[in-house]
Design a protein around this ligand. Structure first.
Ligand code: ADP
Ligand code: MG
Length: 768
């Protein structure tokens, strides 16, 4: 008995509840803890069934299916101990959770007679566990809910947690990620980034070391090789002692943003370059005219650095005399929003640059002026070309005028000279009237020279261009030039080694050199040096400021430069030198026709001429003639003087103007020739047919009514192929147009006709 008391005391002392239950669910014993837990007295326990007490249920649990894991069945059927956790409803209605360990109590034969249950109240423990689970689920849901990648790393950079965002970023399932190193998964490396030294600092490592939250932009790799730009943020996770145990890293895919940024940068750069390298100057001004920005072109053209220009007032780069004008235009831009027109800029070195400016005002959303933009185009070259064009047009008009006058004047001169010459022949030398006629003829000679010069200028002079070598021409005229310039002036010739063959009339080029030498002499009254040089230049060198743009790019030119060390001339003079009758020399000394002739000749040769001169610094003329590949036809012969001869042959003379015809006939008859006269082209052909065997030479005016001189010649040639001919040209242009005649090597003589010259030419045609 004492023993039983003792055992009961032990069981009552236990903190766990103890129940002993028989086969029919009757509670046969409950210890003190159990009674207290159920709020029941020991006396009331007798007759109570376990399902009654613990579940407030009138039927056994297995029947009611109150709980599928009722230990009662297990114990009494199988006789094995079981542990379960059960919810129980206490007699006062409260819900409790018990951790139950049930064991069988056996009799001597080994049959199960009772079941003993040890019940531990785990209600509080389970509650805490549930709260914990809920918290965990809550946190997990948050983590998963974040779209960005999030990983938790241990101090060996092993991934101990990763969310779906991260899995998607690296395109791998969670199982492949957990436990791996972040550098393996994110970067595809076998070693930490810090060892890789690839320039991307590992913020996780730093976070572990210093506790600093770190942000960085990294390149990551997909396992399919695609590069991603990832912005990472690392935060330390500390334990209660403050030790950093983990680092949580968020990873935001900013690839699209980075790409967009790069595109934006590229586009910005493109625009910047477009602005900087634009061929035109550009700037923006604030309301007061202060330069806010400008491009490189503007800075370079004005001779400043960009930084020097920024902050300057626009008036500082405008010539003093244009400042008011500029101010006015700026006001127009501000009020009307737009201005377009011409202006001038002042470069640092004092040069004035003419520009076309297009300026526009830029306003903010409220209509307030922000700044004015301007594009400025340098039109220096354009202006020069414009000037040149104007000059060329003027020369053309003057040339036409001069040529027209010269032509008519030539006919008059022909008559004066012709009749004068005949008079001269008839008046004996001792006659007192003889000197009068001599004077008249001398004056006529001068007048004829004048008209010839004018015709040369107006490019109406007959030229006979053949391939000739420039150096040969210069060598040939050297001795004449020496005579022109006199002893005080030294002549230097620097001739190119290469033969510069040009298509030219060498007589005309000689004329050019002589005219230039004459001027050089006048410019060096106290002596000096005249240098004539030749060289080959290509139009690529852009040597020509005159009409450069019209030159075929691959053309080579012979450059003949004639330089003196004389007084030079100022810009104003230089602009006019090629105009006929422009002279700065005193009356009687200069005619103003020298350079006009030069100009006409060079133009007629398809060449260019430039003059470089400054007052006190000498003058250089540069002539450019296109080089030809054709071989020179013949050596240039020194001009010999053929002896004048008369003759007795029969000449068929065709001239429509009666006065001139009569004059020429008289001259020829006086010289001993027989003359058959024709009044026009048709008459010429008829007259020839009637006198086929008699006529030795045709003397034909080029321009005649009905049939021209040339056509008449063609017809006659068919009848007598070796017929000799000398054309008379009243207007040398006739001959120029009939280039074919010149090419055939036919002879012509220009009005005004000097009798001696005519007779000489007839003789030479007959004798050749
Ligand atoms: P002219 O010699 O009869 O005056 P030109 O047509 O030959 O006429 O020359 C026109 C003007 O050009 C000259 O009067 C002179 O002012 C100027 N000139 C020409 N060549 C030179 C030179 N080599 N040096 C200085 N001035 C020159
Ligand atoms: Mg002259």
């Amino acid at each position: 008995m004492k023993m039983i008391e003792h055992t009961k005391a032990i069981l009552d002392a236990m903190a766990d509840g103890i129940l002993v239950i028989d086969k029919d669910y009757n509670i046969v014993f409950a210890n003190k803890t159990m009674l207290e837990c159920c709020g029941i007295k020991a006396a009331d326990i007798t007759g109570k069934k376990c399902h009654d007490l613990l579940h407030l249920c009138p039927v056994p649990c297995p029947e009611k299916c109150h709980t599928e894991t009722c230990p009662h069945t297990e114990i009494f059927k199988i006789g094995r101990s079981v542990s379960v956790i059960h919810d129980h409803t206490m007699p006062d209605g409260t819900e409790k959770i018990f951790g139950i360990t049930a064991s069988p109590i056996l009799d001597e034969k080994g049959a199960v007679v009772f079941m003993i249950e040890v019940l531990r109240d785990v209600t509080e423990c389970k509650k805490t566990e549930k709260t914990l689970q809920e918290t965990k689920d809550f946190l997990d849901n948050i983590l998963e809910g974040i779209g960005e990648g999030v990983v938790v790393l241990d101090n060996e950079l092993r991934i101990i947690k990763a969310n779906r965002g991260y899995c998607e970023q690296v395109k791998r399932p969670l199982e492949e990620i957990i436990g791996k190193h972040c550098y393996q998964i994110s970067h595809g490396h076998d070693v930490p980034c810090s060892e890789k030294r690839n320039g991307c600092e590992c913020t996780v490592k730093r976070c572990f070391e210093t506790g600093d939250c770190g942000r960085a932009l990294h390149t990551h790799y997909h396992n399919n090789g695609e590069t991603l730009y990832i912005e990472t943020n690392s935060y330390p996770i500390k334990d209660s002692s403050g030790k950093i145990v983990y680092v949580i890293e968020s990873l935001i895919d900013v690839t699209d943003m980075v790409k967009l940024e790069r595109q934006l940068d590229e586009s910005k750069e493109r625009y910047r370059k477009l602005y900087e390298n634009a061929p035109d100057m550009m700037h923006s001004l604030n309301e007061d005219g202060v330069i806010l920005v400008c491009n490189k072109t503007e800075a370079e053209e004005l001779g400043y650095k960009i930084e020097e220009l920024i902050g300057k007032n626009i008036s500082e780069i405008i010539p003093l005399e244009s400042r008011d004008f500029c101010k006015e235009k700026l006001e127009i831009v501000k009020s009307k929003g737009l201005y377009e027109g011409e202006m001038e800029l002042l470069a640092r070195n004092g040069n004035v640059i003419p520009v076309i400016v297009k300026s526009k005002a830029v306003y903010d959303d409220n209509g307030k002026l922000l700044f004015t933009d301007a594009i400025l185009r340098d039109i220096t070259k354009l202006k020069k070309l414009e000037d040149q064009l104007r000059q060329a047009q003027k020369m053309e008009v003057v040339g036409q005028l001069a040529g027209g006058i010269a032509h008519d004047f030539n006919n008059i001169l022909t008559a004066i000279i012709g009749y004068g010459s005949m008079l001269q022949m008839k008046i004996k030398e001792d006659n007192p009237l003889r000197s009068n006629i001599d004077q008249i003829l001398a004056a006529c000679e001068r007048a004829a020279n004048l008209t010839r010069s004018l015709l040369t200028f107006s490019r109406k002079q007959i030229i006979n261009p053949v391939p000739v070598k420039c150096n040969a021409i210069i060598k040939k005229v050297e001795k004449f030039l020496l005579r022109i310039i006199g002893e005080d002036i030294e002549l230097k010739t620097l001739l190119s080694d290469r033969d510069l063959t040009v298509i030219a009339d060498s007589g005309q080029i000689e004329q050019v050199l002589m005219n230039l030498a004459t001027n050089a002499r006048d410019a060096m009254p106290d002596g000096g040096t005249l240098t004539i040089a030749t060289r080959c230049v290509s139009s690529k060198e852009n040597i020509l400021t005159l009409g450069t743009c019209h030159l075929p790019l691959d053309t080579e030119f012979a450059e003949i430069s004639v330089a003196d060390t004389g007084g030079g001339m100022d810009e104003k003079t230089r602009e006019k030198i090629f105009e006929p009758f422009f002279t700065t020399k005193e009356v009687g000394k200069g005619t103003g026709l020298g350079l006009s002739m030069v100009y006409g000749i060079i133009k007629q040769h398809g060449g260019y001429i430039n003059c470089y001169s400054e007052a006190g610094k000498g003058t250089t003329f540069k002539i450019y003639l296109p080089i030809t590949r054709t071989e020179t036809a013949k050596e240039i012969k020194a001009a010999g003087i053929t002896k004048l001869k008369s003759g007795t042959e029969t000449i068929l003379l065709a001239e429509d103007e009666e006065a001139v015809r009569e004059l020429i006939r008289n001259m020829l008859v006086e010289a001993g020739y027989k003359v058959i006269e024709a009044v026009d082209g048709a008459d010429t052909v008829n007259k020839f047919m009637g006198n086929k065997d008699k006529v030795s030479i045709l003397l034909l005016d080029v321009r005649m009514p009905k049939i021209s001189g040339e056509e008449a010649y063609e017809k006659i040639k068919k009848m007598k192929p070796d017929i000799k001919v000398l054309f008379i040209s009243g207007y040398p242009a006739d001959m120029i147009q009939k280039q074919s005649l010149i090419e055939e090597g036919l002879n012509f003589i220009a009005k005004p006709i000097f009798p001696l010259e005519l007779l000489k030419r007839i003789r030479s045609v007959l004798d050749n």
